[in-house]
Design a protein around this ligand. Sequence first.
Ligand code: PEP
Ligand code: MG
Length: 592
Amino acid sequence: MSVVLDGSPASEGIAAGPVFLLEWGIPHVAHQSISDEGVEDEILRFDEARRWALERLQEIKEQTEARLGPVEARIFDPQLLMLEDVEVVDGTARYIRENRLSAARAFELRMLELRSMWSRTSHPMVLDRLNDLEDLMIRVLRRLLGMNDPSDLGALEEPVIVVAPNLTPSLMVQLDLDNVLGIATDHGTRTAHWAMLARSLNTPAAVGFGDASARATNGVPAILDGRIGRLVLDPQEVEQDRFEARRKQHSDWEEEIAIIAALESVTLDGQYVELRGNLDLPSEVEQAVAHGAVGVGLFRTEFLVVGRNSMPDEEEQYEAYRSAAEAFPAGGVYIRTFDLGGDKFPMFLNMPPEQNPFLGWRAIRVCLDEPALFRTQLRALLRATAHGDVRLMIPLVNDVEEVREVRSLLQEEAEGLRRDGIPFNAGYKLGVMIETPAAALDAAELARYSDFFSIGTNDLIQYTLAVDRTNTRLAKLYNPFHPAVVRQLHQVARVGRAAGIEVSVCGEMASHPLGAFLLMGLDITALSMAWPSLSEIKRLVRDVRMEDARTAARKALAAPTAQDVTRCLVEGIGDSVDLSVFSGRWSLSVPG
Ligand code: PEP
Ligand code: MG
């Protein structure tokens, strides 16, 4: 009997092959005391293991840099930093000295203490750090216990689907990736660093299966669908057939992508819809270009700070922004200032734990309170405007005061650049993200200070419906088609039009087939999305009539419930688009 497990998608692609169970757990450490005379030797042993781990990680970092580039390689910095941290180093030595514990036991206890301190939060970014911590524990403990080096994972004998409780970035890059067809884990998030690596490496992956590693056995045949987050163990004929059909669909898609990328993004009745790419990492720029993006609608800059032990300097930022600008010489590149807090915490800011981080010190609020960090970013952004159509975008704006403050900081930084004779485009554009009901309701006022609006539907939905976007239990309530959301989108589009400024959408809703159709109908014709969705949405654009989208949107605006809104959109699209190709990732359950 086949076992079908549902998790969450983490990296596109579909694969079939035997399971390889990766057992990478914290080894058992016996409680062992040492004699007074043995203390200094034990401290030396710990120090040797720690230095060995530092060297190993440094090597892995260098390999990653050679393979994927310097930004991706930096994901090892938190681990390297932890290995030098006095809390870890002196804490372990103290336990050896004061409690006469073996190096392994002392280190284990110290790390478990740190883990329990960190576990009190549920922020995904902190959870990702826990993952780093465990990786270190395993590495150092194995060394102290004389177990083999994890890099001895060595060459796999055949192509496999790796199933593991969780992965770490260092394990990920040590895997013999030529033989890894896909990866499925019990735990982890899409934002975990190893999942980001899987995306950069084009390895299908899915997370959050709960107990996949307990249910799978080595060698059992399996199918992994990274697009919908599904793992099938021991698939029977019907699943095999389904897999073949999906694989065929997928490879047809791959072929089609290159063709679609070159086609115009125009509706059947000749209306242009601008499709742009969202970037989480600079390396995604190539994929965005290959999938036909004409610009970058959202460049998330947090990769420059999260997990780093120091602020990124101006030069590094300038280079990153500039290369995105140069990749799109003819298109706009909308770079968002740091959106920290919420679920993204840089180590160097020492952000205090908060009761409600999504309602807390987040995004523009952090930046305005941290002038050194913010001014450096603004200066780097201004310099990048000399290399293309770089536009500056502020996240989580609530009122015009915030925009005024940013403008005045920008003026001061621009003045400084002028004084230093550094080029920038004085006609740069500054826009705001509409992500809160306050901003949507106050859009007319904000429009007076903004050159454009970009609607962040991911946040707008969570703040409108009071539904935490990261809470899987509430996923059903997180509905982009709630009438309160639809009306705000309409209001912002109308205000933007009246003020003569561009309104675009860069939240996930733009990559939802019904979402894109609704947005087009509301006259929002610039949509930005992660690169895997670009071809799908372009195909949709080319298969529908703008006139039908407008009619459907008019009906949706009068609909009393989210279900009614959805029904209006499905009816409006009619037979022109095969919605089943999307249904894997989106819940398109349509009321009868
Ligand atoms: C959004 O909120 O829709 C958005 C695009 O920003 P992020 O997902 O980075 O919060
Ligand atoms: Mg947002």
